[in-house]
Write a protein that binds this ligand. Structure first.
Ligand code: URA
Length: 239
């Protein structure tokens, strides 16, 4: 377990900037294992030691799990030379630690999980695990029962044939509204599946990944931490 500076730990936990938390220490408001801290630079092991602010013990969170309703126009990466990235939308203490679990195109909206838990991330992205992803989309053109059947068989693209996908038509017309569930996450997959039938996706939003549903109360650009229940379900354990 890592030893870290007390002021850094407190700042990471949202108690203010390094400068502000130094003040808290100076004011004698921080204790470590029951002893008042005097040196903001003292080294602590946050998982093992009891750090209190105004006698309130803190629970240190090593693992961060954030659900973001990704807005259009931001890149699913931790850094990019030209565009704003999804981590830029998060508070500094999370932004420096997490990575997005998979990618959504720049114009795609909706559910994106960000975490520093590499194991969970790996499990969710592993092709072997076949974690399904559900999208809502608007399609230019008429989506019909034939497309539903073709998707159910798997769609042949240039470089591979997709696994069977579930297509549900919500409305069909010059612009159709659909829900589609796919089991892979290849580059531009949903757009390419519709393009194979000459149809263009004009709006795409991910609404579910495995057991994790997008919290519809989150506006685009808003985020929240996962609940314990959501986390257990994602890990495949019921509470
Ligand atoms: N399929 C796409 O085409 N784009 C996405 O962002 C996600 C799935």
């Amino acid at each position: 377990m890592k030893r870290e500076r007390l002021d850094k730990v407190l700042a990471n936990m949202g108690f203010g900037t390094r400068k502000e938390v130094k003040q808290l220490v100076k004011q004698g408001r921080i204790t470590v294992d029951g002893t008042t801290a005097t040196d903001p630079g003292m080294h602590v092991i946050p998982e093992e030691q009891e750090i209190s602010v105004d006698d309130e013990p803190l629970t240190y969170k090593r693992w961060i799990y954030v659900m973001l309703n990704k807005p259009p126009g931001v890149i699913s990466a931790t850094e990019d030379a030209r565009h704003e990235t999804v981590v830029d939308l998060l508070p500094y203490e999370w932004a420096t630690k997490v990575h997005p679990v998979g990618r959504l195109d720049i114009d795609t909206e909706g559910l994106l999980l960000l975490t520093n838990d590499g194991q969970l991330s790996h499990n969710l992205l592993s092709p072997k695990k076949k974690v399904d992803k559900e999208y809502f989309a608007r399609i230019e053109g008429r989506v019909t029962e034939q497309h539903v059947q073709a998707f159910a068989k798997g769609v042949e693209l240039e470089d591979f044939t997709t696994l069977p996908a579930r297509l549900e038509i919500l409305s069909s017309g010059d612009v159709s509204e659909i829900k589609v569930t796919i089991m892979e996450g290849k580059f531009h997959q949903v757009k390419r599946m519709f393009a194979a039938f000459g149809l263009q996706v004009i709006y795409l939003k991910r609404i579910r990944m495995g057991s994790l549903h997008l919290d519809e109360s989150l506006e685009p650009g808003e985020y929240r931490e996962l609940t314990e229940e959501e986390l257990d379900a994602l890990r495949g354990r019921e509470r």
